[in-house]
Design a binder for this molecule. Sequence first.
Ligand SMILES: [Zn+2]
Ligand SMILES: [Zn+2]
Length: 79
Amino acid sequence: MSRERITIGGCPKCGSDLLTCQQNHFQNDELEIYSWEHKCPDCGFRQTEAFRSDDEDEPFDPVAAQTCPFCGRTAKRTP
Ligand SMILES: [Zn+2]
Ligand SMILES: [Zn+2]
């Protein structure tokens, strides 16, 4: 499990500079999950999105999964 969090600021709700963008990556033999979270410590704003390799509704796209759906940054792939 890897985790990377950066402060991006520009909260859509209150404009705070402290808005963070966090990416979690989980992988075992069959399952790979990327999840993204934007969170504001000032007003509590939060949005999340997860990409799972076992999602039957949506085919898993590793390239899309490594890009934040909210701010568009690309995750650093851990070796
Ligand atoms: Zn906020
Ligand atoms: Zn983001």
